[in-house]
Design a protein around this ligand. Sequence first.
Ligand code: FES
Length: 83
Amino acid sequence: MSKIICRCEEITEDEIIEAISNGARSVTEIKKFTRAGMGLCQGRTCRKSIERILARETGRKVEDIGISSYRKPVRPTKMGSMK
Ligand code: FES
């Protein structure tokens, strides 16, 4: 049984590996293939794990993976907390 990497969208490590084998080469592409990182936390919980899997499966360094696209917070945020 493959472990859950993205808890919000219930995406497993096997699904991420499958996306990579189907051509995904960035966190954003994995998002588009699987929805991993598109849940309520917007990847704050799973993004680093996805980067590590992508690096391992493609033989690259995690530093070379690059950042994924971000969306605005899902929940309302007080203006004072945005500094
Ligand atoms: S754990 Fe992946 S989007 Fe929240």
